[in-house]
Design a protein around this ligand. Structure first.
Ligand code: CTP
Length: 435
């Protein structure tokens, strides 16, 4: 495939070298089109040597080949990484003062922007409006990552990991649908840690790969993703908002907060069922005698709680919609409900109702399907992804096989393959259930 890599003038321009290599090493033909400012960060010889193609920021070089039209027209994909506030503004307004903006005006292929800039610039109303305009025209604008920026500041504005931008581009090149655009989804990933004392914890083997694959694929399909990550060390998926947690209790708070206005929640995290009943404030010291036993207390079952909250919210909605039933305004602390008249239909989002689709995961070592079916019913979720775990299976590996159990429907078998493929099957099933 022919890829145009636009590079604009931000410090993250050096990361585009890695993105370029990912494209060339997977057999793509890449033409790098930097802006003049980008060349102040990384010079043309670097781009030319890495891409094997001529490099220019100007429309005045090789004019006989009409590069300002040809490059854009021939491309299968244009990706601008990093995209500065300036280049987003010029693209949104159709300015054409250099080769990159000419290319953006002549390209008929999909266009991906990976913005990187200081938080203030990203949040400025002018940039917000430009991003909106570009998205309305069909461009994919990846939300920048949150983290350390140039200098001492941190916040949203970091260029996502090149490998993550590459994944988004591959999906766009393969023509995967953006069927989750406008949807809010929550994904939990990783494994919780339950503190014993300040240095020790009870944990599990979950790497977070499946949850990250779910977040990555949902973002690539256009969803607004909140990824609640418990102790995961993988690179942040491009475009997802990440909330980092450690314990089951923190994970519960983060998931419930994000779930209140989400369309779907996928609980891929391995949540500890128990925590040490007492968290020692000081490190437990080795003593000569027998060690002290560790007593356990039960953690809340977040997935089951989501199912219950949704059931209750739906019941309340039905009650409030029924004119014959008085509103429980005095008893109900919800200010939205308190302001309604009997007979009003409570809008789902305002009511803070719970997600349309709730998905659980179950790792089982034996009787996989029977245990899964019982769990699906017990937890009140819509889909349950069950897989067998044990030596070399599922945990920490890039591949997985699973069966997706469907409430009131037939199970869907997902053959052994990348966790992204399983994630796509889950989102296909979720998308089919969203109104
Ligand atoms: N889960 C949860 N809260 C917990 C435990 C699990 O939300 N305290 C969620 C997991 O994220 C997963 C699903 O429930 O989506 C199933 O997890 P699993 O550990 O298999 O379920 P358990 O009810 O703990 O069953 P088991 O007795 O097999 O451990």
């Amino acid at each position: 495939m022919k890829v145009v890599l636009g590079v604009s003038g931000g410090i993250a321009a050096y990361k585009a070298c890695e993105l370029l290599r990912l494209f060339t090493e997977s057999g793509h033909e890449v033409r790098v089109v930097p802006t003049r400012e980008a060349l102040k960060f990384v010079g043309a010889p670097t781009w030319a040597a890495l891409s094997g193609n001529p490099v220019s920021a100007e429309v005045w070089d090789d004019v006989h080949e009409v590069p300002h039209v040809r490059i854009g027209k021939q491309a299968d994909l244009v990706v601008v990484a990093p995209a500065t506030a300036d280049v987003l503004a010029r693209a949104a307004h159709g300015l054409a003062g250099d080769l990159l903006t000419n290319t953006l005006l002549t390209a008929t292929c999909p266009v991906v922007f990976a913005p990187a800039m200081h938080t203030e610039m990203w949040q400025h109303p002018a940039t917000r409006a430009n991003v909106e305009t570009l998205r309305e025209r069909g461009a994919v604008v990846i939300d920048p990552a949150v983290g350390r920026l140039t200098g001492a500041d941190t916040g949203p504005g970091r260029l996502p990991d090149p490998a993550e931008i590459f994944e988004v581009c591959l999906r766009v090149l393969r023509g995967r649908p953006r069927d989750l655009a406008g949807r809010k989804v929550v994904v939990s990933a990783g494994g919780t840690r339950e503190a014993i004392d300040p240095v020790r914890y009870l944990g599990n083997r979950s790497s977070g790969r499946q949850g990250y694959a779910l977040a990555r694929t949902a973002a690539a399909r256009g969803a607004e993703v909140t990824l609640v990550a418990a102790n995961v060390t993988l690179p942040d998926p491009a475009g997802a908002k990440i909330v980092r947690v450690e314990s089951a209790s923190e994970l519960r708070d983060a998931v419930l907060a994000a779930a209140a206005d989400a369309d779907a929640v996928v609980m891929a995290a391995a949540v500890a069922d128990f925590r040490p009943a007492t968290r020692h404030e000081a490190k437990i010291k080795k003593t000569d005698g027998e060690p002290e036993p560790i007593f356990l207390a039960k953690n809340p079952d977040i997935l089951a709680e989501l199912g219950t909250l949704r059931r209750e919210a739906r019941a309340a909605q039905t009650r409030h919609a029924d004119a014959a039933q008085p509103l429980p305004a005095a008893a109900d602390p919800d200010p939205v409900v308190a302001g309604l008249e009997p007979g009003d239909v409570v809008p789902r989002r305002e009511r803070g109702a719970y997600p349309e689709v709730i998905v659980g995961f179950a790792a089982e070592t034996h009787d996989v399907l029977a245990n899964g079916q019982a769990k699906l019913a017990r937890k009140g979720c819509d889909l349950l992804v069950v897989n067998q775990v044990g030596e070399g299976l599922a945990f920490g590996t890039p591949d997985n096989a699973a069966t997706v159990l469907v409430a009131g429907g037939d199970p869907v078998e997902v053959p052994f393959g990348p966790k992204e493929a399983l994630a796509d099957v889950v989102w296909d099933l979720v998308a089919a259930r969203l109104p």
